[in-house]
Write a protein that binds this ligand. Sequence first.
Ligand SMILES: Cc1cc2nc3c(=O)[nH]c(=O)nc-3n(C[C@H](O)[C@H](O)[C@H](O)COP(=O)(O)O)c2cc1C
Length: 113
Amino acid sequence: MVTPEYNNTIPAALKNTIDWFFDEWAAKPVAFVSYGGMSGGLWAVSHLRHVFTELHAVPVRESLLFHQVWRKFDGDRPRNGEETEVAAKNLLDRLVWWADALRTARAARPYQR
Ligand SMILES: Cc1cc2nc3c(=O)[nH]c(=O)nc-3n(C[C@H](O)[C@H](O)[C@H](O)COP(=O)(O)O)c2cc1C
């Protein structure tokens, strides 16, 4: 999930979209990429972790944050490409690990709320 941060949280439109679904999130992994000014979406991601825990999803620990995002990109490409690539790889590796683990677990035993 990719989000900007406004006034220390996620945009209302994103929360509305998340809340449109309920059963679909259960026992699914979710990873976060955020961007913004000083906090780079740190608060937004923190709030998403609370929301997705309530929805029985599994937020992965790793995240990718872009502080002062307007300084971090050269067109579509991040300026500190190597650093971003390592962080993105860690995030995706972890997401895949949880996706595999949870898929196996859901198949073995349907998730009950
Ligand atoms: C009204 C307003 C509030 C903002 N609040 C925050 C904030 O709390 N934390 C932060 O990191 N960035 C904040 N920003 C910076 C935005 O996250 C940044 O401009 C971002 O690029 C907005 O994403 P968007 O253009 O895709 O909507 C704020 C920007 C505005 C205009």
